[in-house]
Design a binder for this molecule. Structure first.
Ligand code: FE
Ligand code: FE
Length: 165
């Protein structure tokens, strides 16, 4: 398909995010299972529930557009999740692995924040106000998750990981 309009690019970026969220839905349970810190485990479990709602929001956005969300694989997220798997499988102290899980998860959140910020801005420009609102809600959730992960890392998990065994 020739990208001859911002609207086409908008749909393409939305499909990328849809694929990204679907991949995250598969990855988050593995991250939650591997996390040793109870608060981190809980944060991953909560974000899994949020991610389910984010997929529903994207479904609504595609419904507004009268288009299918399918047809694209987000290679960026595939790579980030692959890196997350390396953390899950590495031989490590529990505290160090938890710090690594946070690092992997924050890379995922930053990818999403970039993606949702972009499509929210396109939606506003294209006059898609309902879609822009839905996308802003998800953008806010991703931002809050990123902040929460930073707080967990800085208040305890990184500190514990820094203690030599
Ligand atoms: Fe998400
Ligand atoms: Fe997220």
């Amino acid at each position: 398909m020739e990208m001859d309009s911002l609207r086409k690019l908008y749909v393409d970026e939305l499909k990328d995010l849809y694929s990204a969220e679907k991949q995250i839905l598969q990855a988050l349970p593995r991250m939650a299972k591997k996390a040793k810190n109870a608060q981190l485990k809980q944060a991953f479990e909560l974000h899994l529930q949020e991610t389910q709602k984010q997929v529903e929001r994207l479904d609504q956005v595609f419904e507004l557009l009268g288009k299918s969300p399918r047809g694209k694989k987000c290679k960026g997220m595939e790579g980030l999740i692959e890196e997350g798997k390396e953390v899950i499988d590495m031989k490590a102290d529990d505290e160090v692995r938890d710090a690594g899980l946070i690092a992997a998860a924050q890379k995922v959140e930053h990818y999403e924040i970039a993606g949702y910020g972009t499509v929210r801005t396109y939606a506003e420009l294209l006059g898609e106000r309902d879609a822009a609102k839905l996308l802003q809600q998800t953008l806010d959730e991703e931002g809050a998750t990123d902040k929460k992960l930073s707080q967990l890392a800085e208040s305890s998990i990184n500190v514990e990981a820094a203690v030599e065994a």
